[in-house]
Design a protein around this ligand. Structure first.
Ligand code: PBG
Length: 330
């Protein structure tokens, strides 16, 4: 517990709130553009910016537009973007072979962005859902999401992304053993400097709905993801997942979703002291953006919500608001 202040009137806490200068002096946390990772949806074509209905202000970008977006983000001081592909439904299969195609949409986007904007870090998503006829993150056999066969596919997917030039790999699939398998394969292939940000504490959340629209997985998804993503009722389990992923070779860990799970962010940072990130997910974005668009909330809620992650102990935040936030901060 912090020391108790002197009794009133010796202590008048408002003395330190009386002006912007005094408030700046005693401010405990700061948010900067350098804390942000911007998730971007990519699609086929050229010159295309296709709105995502459930995420006003977010577009699916063709690769050329994604390159322009990466340049804009770098100019705003945003250090990383994270790519999510909207895959042509005709390429979706039971075994998700497109996920490790060296020339799939995601890998083409990585190459194009690294060639044009080498300074920005490119993060990827490792999970089979954009490529899966079932919409699941893993391979489905007789209605069961099979773990080990999925991990073998994820390793191939990770190697293709590293080969394409990804800086940070983000396994978001919640299969067991995937971080260790990916790390071992990266070492063997000579990709010793590719970082892993594991979606360690990823909950089976209803806040992912708009994202599944954005990547075209909503229609495909049969059932729910409760046999692999975490039960929202659990906190201790999140710490075990973080410990496990660190032991397997994760460089950074993530909690997802964000604001409803701030307690988990704080527990992870306090317990492990490692680079800790939160994902302010699509449903969180949609809620705030809808209220902002209606004039019910000021867009200042964006910075307030992101600062909350810093106060909770996060080192950074994945957020669809990244460019908007960076402009508000500038
Ligand atoms: C894919 C993945 C999801 C998100 C990130 N990677 C969806 C899911 O698990 O169903 C959600 C991101 C968001 O809602 O913004 N495994």
């Amino acid at each position: 517990m912090p020391a108790l202040p002197a009794p009133f009137p010796a202590a008048r806490p408002r003395r330190l709130r009386k002006s912007p200068a005094l408030r700046a002096l005693v401010r405990e946390n700061v948010l900067t553009a350098g804390d942000l990772i911007w998730p971007v949806f990519v699609r086929d074509g050229d010159g295309i910016e296709e709105p995502v209905a459930s995420m006003p202000g977010v577009n699916r970008l063709s690769v050329d537009r994604a390159v322009a977006a990466a340049r804009m983000a770098a100019d705003l001081g945003i250090p990383a973007i994270c790519l999510f592909p909207y895959t042509d439904p005709a390429l979706k299969t039971l075994l998700c072979e497109e996920s490790w195609n060296p020339d799939n949409l995601s890998n083409r986007a990585i190459r194009a962005i690294k060639a044009a904007v080498p300074d920005i870090a490119v993060m990827t998503d490792i999970a089979l859902d954009p490529y899966n006829i079932n919409g699941h993150d893993g391979i489905v056999r007789d209605g069961v999401i099979v773990n080990d066969e999925t991990v073998a596919a994820l390793v191939k997917m990770a190697l293709a992304q590293a080969e394409a030039g990804a800086d940070i790999l983000g396994p978001s699939d919640m299969m067991d053993g995937r971080v260790g398998a990916i790390r071992a394969a990266l070492e063997t292939a000579g990709h010793t400097d590719v970082a892993i940000m594991s979606y360690s504490a990823k909950y089976a959340s209803n806040f992912y709905g708009p994202f599944r629209d954005a990547v075209g997985a909503s229609g495909a998804l049969s059932g729910d993801k409760n046999t692999y993503q975490m039960d929202p009722a659990n906190g201790d389990e999140a710490l075990r997942m973080v410990a496990r992923d660190l032991a397997e070779g994760a460089d950074m860990v993530m909690v997802k979703p964000g604001l409803p799970y701030l307690d988990i962010c704080t527990r992870v940072k306090t317990e492990f002291g490692v680079p800790t990130f939160a994902y302010q997910v699509s449903g969180e974005y949609a809620m705030m953006q809808a209220a902002i668009a209606n004039g019910w909330l000021s867009d200042k809620v964006i910075l307030e919500s992101l600062l909350a992650f810093k106060r909770a102990g996060c080192d950074g935040i994945l957020t669809y608001f990244a460019p908007h936030a960076a402009r508000l901060l500038a």
